[in-house]
Design a protein around this ligand. Structure first.
Ligand code: AGP
Length: 612
């Protein structure tokens, strides 16, 4: 997604802007630009298609742009192809106002048409430029930037995070947000706006998250936040406790590999405040037993890998709670006239907390009277702040576009919540409760040991990286886990892959299995291991090459039917996917490495999809 950075300080702005944009490259972008204001040179704007380095080279690392006030932007194209003209910042016709925008202005076309009738000339195809020109138009009319901003925000519809500077206002940076995140940073060097804290953590840990409809006025010495009626707001400050290295690679070749190996530690952080003396303690969970007994329906709503967490949780929760659990793709749920009422619990899983499809589904659920619970990694994110309740995964910043540690911490947190609910509702025995809880507590150590023993995965990747189609087959929890294994492979190696319920294969898709087809057969779910084995035999009979995944105790049996076997530690079925997913993540990583793909920033993808 687009990245925004802004600075109002005492030092030159350009270096802060370029550094901030560099720290947001992981969000995915196709062009970049900055605008700086100085007393002598007025408003200077430089923007280019391509990587940030192209822009930095153009302005000699920022040395060409003088001034202590500025805004910067990395663009992930939504309206208008990636090129220099469509890049941000956009400038009003009179050259006085520069603006950066993250989001989508839904009524941009009618506003553009109106402004063109007034004679305004547009440079780009973007919706964002319409905001800049509208701002210029109103500023010319009323002579006050704040008044002009207010008029513009009342006119535009859609999602926006805006950074605005004006040649007539030497030390003033204006910010506004609705549906697109924007954080304010306070430092002795000056004050910042940013799309996320990664961009400014090097300069400050003292931040404020803007809420929808708010406007912020920043100077080098102050930040004032107003609501949409210009009432001054007193905002709660947050202290970011990440260390800067957490946003660096820490010696790994890629963020993705670092984050794969961070999973045990991330899960420790997810668990530690929630298990005390052998008991689950969910302080941030505010649903009473009586309320839960009234619940008639549970939905889990998410996108991508977060949706795959929901698929695993469905199997686990229905077993533990003996209640129906529906898992829905957020983009489908919101337009499906969902059966949500005041007896419905809707759970939203999102790493970024900004996925617009998930956010929209959340708002629809609230409109229908449902109770909403968010499982989110980014503190203070939009979904976290709009849900009735939020539980954080505390995985730390996840930089690689392909999620790993966030997925794993979501998985474990959903296991904990399911167990907690089952205990409240009395649908699991005390023994089962303790057995599962102990299995969860053992995960970090088991994962650490497991990760040390998976060298053979890179060998298999070197054998199979040239395949152009790979199947992941499994039953029940293995099938749900296979969905994530398949997505990991697709999104970073660009190999077509499909996860398939192996019992369903014979009903059609098995026609695609031919000599040499690679099938990753998942056999870690104990109760259906024999079925998994027979499905291996089934595809082998059609000539498939089978790479199987199973637990130590089943190794000998699986070796009799599969061509190769990767072994993972055995544990309770509820948490077995947490161990099974590690080799699948590594397999995707090493295949992508062999294929020379851009592992941390895969083509066409963004870390957080804040567009529909
Ligand atoms: C995961 O590897 C993908 N990058 C993507 O599917 C992601 O899980 C999805 O876009 C949802 O993102 P969220 O968890 O931030 O809502």
């Amino acid at each position: 997604m687009c990245g925004i950075i802004g600075f109002a300080g005492r030092d030159e702005a350009a270096p802060f802007l370029l550094d901030g944009l560099a720290r947001m490259e992981y969000r995915g972008y196709d062009s970049a630009g900055i605008a700086v204001r100085s007393e002598t040179l007025g408003l200077q704007v430089n923007k280019t298609k391509g990587r940030l380095q192209v822009l930095s080279d153009l302005i000699h690392g920022g040395a060409d742009m003088k001034g202590n006030l500025g805004i910067g932007h990395t663009r992930w194209a939504t309206h208008g192809e990636p090129n220099d003209i469509n890049a941000h910042p956009h400038v009003s016709e009179d050259g006085k106002i520069a603006l950066v925008h993250n989001g989508i202005i839904e009524n941009y076309a009618e506003i553009k048409e109106q402004l063109m009738k007034y004679g305004v000339k547009f440079q780009s195809e973007t919706d964002s430029e319409v905001v800049a020109q509208l701002l210029g138009y109103h500023y010319k009319e009323c002579g006050s930037m704040l008044e002009a901003v207010g008029r513009v925000l009342r006119r535009i519809e859609g999602a926006y995070a805006l950074g605005i500077i004006c040649a007539d206002y030497p030390n003033t940076l204006i910010a506004a947000r609705k549906d697109s995140p924007l954080v304010l940073g306070y430092s002795e060097k000056g004050n910042f706006i940013a799309s996320d804290v990664t961009a400014i953590i090097k300069h400050t840990r003292d931040v404020v998250y803007m809420d929808d409809g708010e406007i912020a006025i920043l100077t080098p010495d102050s930040i004032d936040v107003f609501d949409d009626e210009m009432n001054l707001q007193s905002k709660e400050h947050s202290v970011i406790d990440w260390d800067v290295s957490a946003a660096e690679k820490g010696g790994y070749p890629h963020f993705m590999l670092k984050e794969i190996y961070e999973q045990p530690e991330a899960i420790r952080k997810t668990l530690s405040p929630r298990i005390r003396e052998g008991k689950l303690v969910l302080d941030d969970f505010h649903m009473s037993k009586e309320y839960l007994q009234e619940i008639s329906r549970i939905f889990i709503v998410a996108c991508g890998s977060s949706y795959h967490v929901g698929m695993v949780s469905k199997y686990n929760w229905e077993r533990m709670l003996r209640r129906p659990v529906e898992v829905c793709l957020a983009s489908e749920f919101r337009y499906s006239d969902p059966l949500v009422d005041d007896k419905t619990l809707v759970i939203f899983i999102s790493q970024s907390g900004e996925t617009l499809d998930t956010m929209a589904a959340l708002r629809e659920s609230k409109r229908l009277g449902g109770r909403t619970l968010a499982i989110v990694n980014v503190v203070g994110s939009s979904i976290a702040r709009e849900a009735d309740d939020v539980l954080y995964t505390w995985a730390g910043p996840e930089i690689a576009v392909a999620t790993t540690k966030a997925y794993s911490t979501q998985l474990v947190l959903m296991d904990l919540i399911g167990l907690y609910l089952a205990d409240l509702l009395g649908t699991v025995s005390k023994e089962e409760y303790q057995t599962i809880l102990q299995a969860v507590e053992a995960l970090p150590e088991q994962m650490e040991a497991e990760l040390k023993g998976l060298e053979n995965v890179s060998y298999f990747a070197s054998r199979y990286f040239n395949h152009d189609s790979i199947f992941f087959i499994g039953r029940n929890l293995d099938y749900a886990m296979g969905l994530e294994g398949s997505l990991k492979l697709k999104e970073i190696s660009y190999i077509h892959s499909e996860a398939y319920a192996s019992g369903e294969l014979k009903h059609g898709t098995i026609s695609l299995i031919e000599p040499g087809t690679l099938v990753v057969a998942l056999g870690t779910y104990g109760p259906l291991f024999d079925k998994a084995m027979s499905n291996v035999v089934e595809v082998k009979a059609r000539g498939a090459e089978v790479l199987a995944l199973t637990v130590e105790e089943q190794l000998e049996k699986m070796q009799k039917v599969a061509d190769s076997v990767v072994v993972v530690p055995g544990t309770h079925p509820v948490v077995q996917p947490s161990l099974g997913i590690l080799p699948l993540q590594l397999f995707a990583y090493y295949v992508a490495l062999q294929r020379g793909c851009d592992i941390d920033k895969p083509r066409n993808l963004a870390k957080s999809v804040t567009v529909e």
